[in-house]
Design a protein. Sequence first.
Length: 162
Amino acid sequence: MRMTTRGLYSLRAILTLAVLSDEQKPVSLQKIAQIEGLSPEFLQQIFYRLRKAGIVKAFRGPGGGFLLNKKLNEISTYDILSAVGETLEIVPCSSEDNKRKISNNCTLCDARDFWLGLERTIVEYTKSIYLSDISAAKSPNSLETNMELGLSYTSVTNSTNF
C-alpha cells in the first residue's frame, strides 16, 4: 500500500485545523497551507472532499474558513482517508470490493487470503484511531512553539522513522 499525497496532506491539514480551531473562529486554508508548507490550491481540493463528507464545515466571506464539523473523538483516520479517496488497498487482488473486477490470477492466488487479512487489519486500525488520539490539540502550545521555530506540526510529530 502506498498512501498518496492527498491522503498524507489531508491528515496533516485536519490535524492542524484541529489545533488552530477554537470552534468559533474559522481557520483559513491560507493559514493551514502556510503552517504545513502545502499548496493552498491542493488544500482547496482536499477540503472540498472533506466538506462533502461532513467532516468539516465551510464559512464564506471575510473571516471565513473551515471548522471541524464533529468532535475530535468522532472523526477517525479512516473517515478522513476515505473522504479524500484513499482506498487502503494492499494489492489489486486483495480488494473485497465488488465494484472492481478481480482477474482469474487473483482468485487463484495462494496468498490472496493473506492480502485480504492484511487489508482488513489496516482498515480496522484506521477505523479505531481518532483525531483525539493523535491531535496536538491536547496541547495547543506545542503548535505555537513549532510555528515560532518555523516547523510544521507534522515535521515535529513524525520525526521518528519507522
